[in-house]
Design a protein around this ligand. Structure first.
Ligand code: NAG
Ligand code: NAG
Ligand code: NAG
Ligand code: NAG
Ligand code: NAG
Ligand code: NAG
Ligand code: NAG
Ligand code: NAG
Length: 794
């Protein structure tokens, strides 16, 4: 009895809702803001139109996807008065007898109107496709919302030469923002940043010629639309399909407030929306995201982070688009300015001068000569032989931190200010972490979508543990195109990059694992030639020694890193018991091989020392997850074709807890005899200083040519800390005979070296190998010491 009463009540409630909302509004009637049930609902129920609360006592007339909740501002597809919200009392949308739709607020001010007129009988009707039309009853359409899109297109709604999408100001502020999506004058569909001071387009890639990316300038019909299956076509020949193409779904294409264009989909009205396509992979390519005077760093896993330039502070703590402002006054006086070096930082545009070939001081002088110059970029290109380029900057816009970018930006600051800025720039890698912007939108890449779907099904079946592992792999698939270099920073879906290999494929590539090129922690490395003719180093992990956990650790760790002195990983194989990793092949082998074959002159050695210090500083302090390598030795430092070091082999590495970097829980002894810090043997807490110690030993070995292990025949066996090489160098140096450098230096180096640099190197290395780990410098201090004293130009 009670049940049937409940059912009856429920049924009557439902019928009341249905009868209270219709799909049409007749002439002379209106919708009122005070009655939230007073909405138009399309005949199929998918869309609703009515008043939507967008702020405190601020309402807009909008169309949205009805489900899941009556008023869900996330799925708004259209808005009449986004820039002029109305009051929550007395506001009304009416269809007048004169055939005009007007939105008036309590004071009878018109906030919006369709500016139409017709004396014939007419109605305002919300159609099944989400189009709100004002039509005369005999059929003529007087006005339709499809002709005035805001930031969203629904399937079937065309973007034409008369329309454009304008992003919202932020996720919570629906008023017009800075990003636009439209056909530009050359008939190409573009994304443009139209900020308060400047405007610039960023998609497609402004430095790529349109026909190279398959766009045509010659079709001026200017029409583009997404269909309900998930295919987008544009008259400039741009086309894409979403990764879930074909399924019948709800979809919407939205220019989001962060300047990226995304297609969202869901399988049914009650499910969550997911991203099925996006225009730009690396969010930092979008202009204006971090505002002026800032830099943007991107990581596929955690999204984008903005930082102010050193010496600048955030202007608005709730909104990065205002950028940063200097905390100093810049004078025009040469004698009072200096330049702060920022490696791997690039700014787009606003070059005052661009000079093809120039040394550092010539570039600096160009900047000093003009008061409008805020700094300059000095970079080199290796593509057609080595040459330098100089760009002086009048503004710092669209800054990006690209660890592999081979150039440096120099920031003009007053000398009086430089000391404090330098310190803060070095000490606080992460100064504005409170304000970092992180995007948490799921995105599954088109190419791998099938794999991913299969993996996800698999995960559901196998439960939570596998889910975690697969997620790691999945993160990987996403980051595929990310190892792009400076000029193909890529949103164009790179066909290259990270992938999964089959065991038979790798067996074939290595000719049955015939050519061994090295042995690392837990595995043997073979040379191989992949089916696309790339030379690869393929590491086959010992089945017994490395379990799945360690395997995924190595895969996920290297996968998230990005530094010019790190080895690049192309893929992996996990089939049955087989676990293999595929890396780029380094033609010059390892540092150990080169040291023993005497191929390294002084300048090569010095570059290796510096590059290795930089990558360790990156691992310890700069990248997203801090990492201890735990096995720094010449065998794990590979050399590329330019004899630049590439750190490899993360088989023993350890993630550091960022909040508590001094206390990783390491129980096992790691590392290699001769290079191991005393902490390992004396069972003291392990910190990043273990890598500093090993690094110091490697530097001593590179200068002296003496391996820390060769002269040792130790009876106590494996886990012994031996400081014989260290003691020997320390004694030679403290005897303060002026010829101590000559006495310790590797005779192979010859006479062509810089004695003062060697003195600095040895001093730094001896600090690195101090037994008290707290007295050792950290790696960024090592980099600093080497750079300050080591480089000649400045
Ligand atoms: C929304 O953004 C506009 C434009 O920047 C601004 O004028 C308005 O005050 C913002 N509204 C809120 C509630 O922050
Ligand atoms: C121009 O684009 C439209 C829409 O995509 C297409 O129908 C038409 O055939 C194109 N015209 C030419 C000359 O390619
Ligand atoms: C459009 O793109 C297709 C391939 O994507 C290409 O074959 C065709 O030539 C292009 N058309 C024009 C007009 O560029
Ligand atoms: C900071 O930005 C928010 C959101 O755009 C705005 O409401 C606020 O007024 C701004 N504050 C300042 C001090 O500019
Ligand atoms: C950016 O910094 C320059 C000085 O380098 C300053 O003149 C400018 O006002 C800053 N921009 C903003 C938006 O604060
Ligand atoms: C800079 O200093 C030099 C001497 O150190 C002086 O001759 C010159 O006038 C100064 N320039 C300016 C612009 O103050
Ligand atoms: C730098 O280049 C300029 C001309 O481009 C030249 O006059 C100057 O001597 C060079 N300086 C050094 C240190 O090589
Ligand atoms: C300094 O740069 C501005 C902006 O590009 C330019 O207009 C001006 O002529 C330059 N001044 C000198 C002295 O080169």
């Amino acid at each position: 009895m009670a049940l049937s009463i409940t059912l009856f009540l429920l049924a009557s409630l439902l019928s009341f809702q249905i009868s209270s909302s219709s799909s049409s509004l007749r002439k002379g009637s209106s919708l009122s803001v005070e009655n939230p049930q007073h909405v138009l609902v399309s005949p199929n129920g998918m869309f609703s139109a009515g008043f939507l609360a967008i702020g405190e006592n601020a309402y807009s007339f909008a169309i949205w996807f009805t489900e899941p909740h009556f008023h869900s501002p996330n799925t708004v597809t259209w808005m009449a008065n986004r820039d002029q919200p109305v009051n929550g009392k007395g506001s009304k949308l009416s269809l007048t007898h004169a055939g005009n739709i007007v939105l008036v607020d309590a004071g009878f001010n018109t906030a919006w109107s369709s500016n139409t007129a017709s004396l014939a009988p007419a109605e305002l009707h919300l159609k099944d496709d989400g189009n709100l039309v004002l039509r005369e009853l005999q059929g003529t359409i007087l006005w339709q919302s499809f002709d005035f899109p805001t930031d969203t297109l629904v399937p079937g709604q065309p973007l034409t030469r008369h329309t454009l999408l304008v992003s919202a100001r932020s996720e919570s502020n629906h008023s017009s923002g800075f990003y636009k999506f439209f056909f530009s004058d050359d008939n190409i569909l573009r994304l443009v940043y139209d900020g308060p001071d400047v405007s610039s387009n960023y998609w497609p890639n402004p430095w790529q010629v349109s026909w190279h990316i398959g766009r045509t300038l010659f079709n001026s019909s200017r029409i583009a639309a997404l269909n309900s299956l998930g295919r987008f076509r544009s008259s400039d020949n741009f086309t894409f399909v979403t990764f879930d193409y074909g399924m019948v779904l709800q979809r919407r294409l939205k220019l989001d407030s962060d300047g990226n264009l995304r297609v969202y989909g869901r399988k049914s009205a009650v499910e969550k929306w997911y991203v099925s396509w996006k225009a730009i992979r690396n969010d930092c390519i979008i202009h204006g995201v971090c505002g002026p005077n800032s830099t943007c760093g991107y990581d596929p896993k955690s999204g984008r982070t903005c930082k102010c330039l050193p010496g600048y502070r955030l202007r608005n703590h709730s909104d990065w688009s205002y950028g940063c402002e200097p905390m100093f006054d810049l004078t025009c006086n040469w004698n009072e300015t200096t330049f702060l070096e920022m490696r791997g930082v690039e700014f787009y545009g606003y070059d005052n001068y661009y000079v093809e070939v120039s040394n550092y001081s010539a570039c600096e002088n160009l900047c000093l000569q003009n008061c409008t110059c805020q700094g300059f970029q000095h970079s080199y290109s290796l593509r057609d032989g080595l040459y330098y380029r100089c760009y002086t900057k009048t503004k710092f816009l669209n800054g990006q931190r690209l660890p592999r970018f081979p150039g440096t930006t120099y920031l003009r600051i007053p000398k009086s200010y430089s000391l404090s800025v330098k310190e803060s720039a070095i000490d606080s890698v992460d100064d504005h972490h409170v304000c970092s912007v992180q995007l948490q939108r799921a995105y599954i890449k088109t190419l791998e979508s099938r794999v991913v779907r299969v993996l996800l099904w698999f995960a559901a079946a196998l439960g939570a543990f596998e889910m975690v592992c697969i997620f790691v792999v999945w993160c990987f698939l996403i980051r595929t195109g990310q190892k792009s270099n400076a000029d193909q920073q890529g949103y164009h879906l790179a066909a290259t990059g990270f992938r999964k290999f089959s065991y038979s494929e790798l067996k074939k590539a290595t000719k049955g694992f015939s050519q061994e090129i090295g042995r690392g922690a837990g595995g043997v490395v073979y040379k191989g030639i992949l089916s696309d003719q790339r030379h690869a180093a393929i590491k086959r992990l010992n089945e017994a020694k490395q379990g799945e956990g360690e395997f995924l650790a190595e895969v996920s760790i290297i996968g998230r890193l990005n530094h010019m002195n790190l080895i690049e990983m192309w893929g992996y194989c996990a089939e049955g018991k087989h676990r293999l990793l595929v890396y780029e092949y380094m033609e010059n082998g390892s540092l150990a091989q080169n040291l023993s074959s005497n191929t390294l002159d002084w300048s090569k050695r010095y570059n290796i020392v510096l590059g290795t210090a930089r990558v360790l500083a990156y691992l310890h302090e700069e990248c997203l997850e801090w990492i201890l390598h735990c096995d720094i030795k010449p065998q794990n430092i590979l050399l590329d074709s330019n004899y630049q070091p590439r750190l490899a082999d993360f088989g023993l590495s350890k993630l550091l807890n960022r909040n508590n970097p001094n206390n990783p829980s390491i129980s096992m002894i790691r590392g290699t005899r001769g290079y191991m810090a005393p902490e390992w043997v004396f069972n003291l807490p392990i910190t990043s200083k273990v890598d500093v110690y090993s690094y110091g030993i490697v530097v001593l070995e590179m200068v002296t040519g003496k391996s820390p292990t060769t002269s040792i025949d130790d009876i106590n066996g494996e886990e012994t800390y031996d400081g014989r090489l260290v003691t020997w160098v320390r004694e030679k140096r403290s005897n303060s005979n002026t010829s101590w450098v000559e006495q310790i230096i590797d005779p192979v180096i010859g006479l062509n070296y810089d004695k003062s640099k060697i003195e600095i190197l040895i001093t730094v290395a001896l600090k690195c190998v101090l037994e008290d780990r707290d007295s050792r410098p950290n790696m960024s201090q090592v980099v600093e010491m080497l750079q300050c004293h080591g480089s000649d130009s400045h």
